[in-house]
Design a protein around this ligand. Structure first.
Ligand SMILES: *Cc1c(COP(=O)(O)O)cnc(C)c1O
Ligand SMILES: [Zn+2]
Length: 551
């Protein structure tokens, strides 16, 4: 394996050793690995066919001499999952989730830790220091145990206890710092300096950037296998957007380098637009970018409950990332903790994916960028689902997420009592909603959204005439009605419902893809409770409307 380390400030080239972290000529800590792209670009693609799907399939483009099979836990090769329901909800059908929860310790930090520990092992280094908001330390801890290395893990006291225990479980020393993450990093640095130990340098660590690159390679390969090879004869497809929640920004810096290298080797023809998302209470990069600043304005006391993303001072990582965002026509965005929690809940309910709040930040950012029209309906978007939740945060589920069934008292026969209790959760007692909609897809989506919001008995009809009969028969608590349908349109259904006393007061929500004319609006006026544009269902209004109408 041949590569060199090039200084990003003075251009000086050196050979690689993980323990040397600065340019010998100018002292810069910002350097990167450069490979023989000419040769690798030509020879690697044909070799990939026979390789397994771990990140080591790209080992010619990683800064290690030989992949160390004995250290591997199956890192990389995570699935790219199409988010069909989210796509329908948002009116943006090509959303894909890069499911990094499926790494060995459930976050995308497994790439960083596996490649870094492999490089340290090759160099004979046996002890290291890492400051972490949780996930980096968990992952380093797991790989360090395989490599027989000692890890000193510095974490802030805000890191959830489950994560701290996970770090300790693999046998590492956890050092809890009461203070901000930036202060925690300072203490860790000082500790490493005094003992002359190897220290993880975040986005300035060559192995970390190189490891994150493999996300870009995988995305391009996987997207090509679902969307087909590009018409221009390049090897792989790339998405229009890469969306990720960031703290120090290491992920997108590495992913960008991956796309850049693929372009350089002629494998792809364009680099996606980058959308790094931060939590509002700690959004130094977003704020600085929105102000048009060249250098970052640090946030000295982050105010977010999402500790994973609490880097207040990203330093020069901002300058690189700003250039990447600008040159790809991307966008920085930030979201509130509440928006992130809500997005996390939506993701779980719509796609069956339980992600940690930090990953929720990326999805909330996606929703925001689509609504703002920055991400277009026809765009192909990849969202990095960076990590798995350890346990559902109570503030996300709210109240009433479980149903209590009281156990029978002693004087009842057990069967009777239990059955009686169970009738409390019996479907007959749930509010009835009739969906009248001729498109299967739209019907399925509305059903899914309603089901995820509470207990309803949902009945469906696929045209106006059937719908009218169904409504007259079951007298539901609510009707969700399409307008343009075969047999009988929605306007007629409403008029006929309003004409009979039994059905005159049943609330109706009209859901339509049609732009209504003034005359049509007039025709509906006063007859319906609410009008929804399709593709607009993520709008919290819809759910609040449903809840308000069903009493
Ligand atoms: C570390 C981490 C991030 C932020 O990653 P950076 O690219 O380093 O800013 C996002 N989500 C999760 C789950 C993480 O562990
Ligand atoms: Zn230099």
């Amino acid at each position: 394996m041949s590569f060199i380390i090039k200084c990003l400030d003075c251009g000086h080239n050196t050979s690689y050793h993980p323990a040397s972290t600065t340019c010998p000529k100018c002292g810069s800590q910002w350097r990167e690995a450069v490979y023989d792209y000419e040769i690798i670009g030509k020879t690697l693609p044909s070799q990939l066919v026979n390789r397994s799907s771990s990140l080591w399939r790209y080992h010619e483009l990683l800064p290690i001499r030989e992949p160390n099979v004995s250290l591997s836990l199956g890192e990389g090769g995570t699935p790219l999952i199409r988010a069909i329901n989210l796509g329908l909800m948002l009116g943006c059908p090509n959303i894909y989730i890069k499911d990094e929860r499926q790494g060995p310790t459930s976050s995308f930090k497994d790439r960083q830790a596996s490649v870094t520990i492999a490089a340290l092992k090759e160099a004979g280094i046996t002890e290291m220091v890492a400051a972490s908001t949780g996930n980096v330390a968990i992952s380093y801890s797991a790989y360090a145990s395989r490599a027989g290395m000692k890890l000193w893990a510095f974490v802030t006291s805000l890191v959830p206890a489950v994560k701290m225990r996970e770090i300790a479980l693999y046998g590492s020393q956890v050092i809890k710092i009461t203070g901000s993450y930036d202060q925690c990093k300072q203490v860790a640095s000082e500790f490493a300096r005094q003992r002359n130990l190897y220290q993880d340098m975040g986005a300035r660590t060559i192995t970390s950037i190189e490891a994150m690159k493999t996300i870009a390679f995988e995305i391009a390969e996987q997207l090509t296998s679902v969307q087909g090879t590009p018409p221009d004869g390049t090897l792989w497809k790339t998405p229009d957007w890469y969306v990720q929640a960031i703290s120090g920004g290491m992920g997108p810096l590495g992913v960008y380098k991956g796309f850049r290298e693929m372009k350089q080797m002629g494998w792809i023809n364009h680099i996606p637009s980058f959308a790094p998302i931060q939590a509002e209470g700690c959004a130094p990069m977003v704020n600085s970018w929105k102000k048009g600043l060249d250098k970052v304005e640090p946030v000295t006391s982050p105010k977010t409950r999402i500790e994973t993303l609490a880097t207040g001072d990203p330093g020069r990582a901002y300058e690189f990332l700003r250039d990447y965002v600008n040159s790809t026509n991307g966008s920085f965005e930030c979201v509130s903790d509440e928006e992130a929690f809500r997005a996390m809940h939506v993701l779980a309910k719509m796609e069956g994916i339980s992600a940690e709040p930090a990953a929720g930040v990326a999805f909330a950012g996606l929703f925001k960028l689509i609504r703002a029209g920055i991400i277009k309906p026809s765009d192909t978007v990849v969202v990095n689902c960076t990590g798995h939740t350890m346990s559902a945060d109570p503030s996300i589920l709210g109240e009433n997420w479980s149903r209590d069934v009281k156990f029978p008292s002693a004087d009842e026969t057990p069967q009777e009592g239990l059955l009686a209790a169970l009738t409390q959760v019996a479907p007959e007692r749930f509010p009835k909603i009739v969906i009248v909609e001729d498109t299967d897809e739209a019907r399925r989506l509305i059903r899914r959204i309603l089901q995820s919001q509470g207990n309803f008995t949902i009945l469906e009809a696929s045209n106006g005439r059937e719908g009218l009969e169904l409504i007259q028969r079951v007298l539901p608590d609510l009707v969700v009605l399409d307008l343009m349908m075969p047999e009988m349109d929605g306007f007629t259904v409403i008029e006929l419902l309003r004409a009979k006393p039994e059905t005159a007061t049943i609330p109706v929500i009209v859901a339509t893809a049609k732009e209504l004319t003034a005359e049509e609006k007039n025709r509906l006026g006063g007859q319906i409770q609410s009008l929804m544009q399709k593709g607009d269902f993520l709008n919290d209004e819809f759910l609040e409307e449903v809840k308000a109408l069903i009493k």
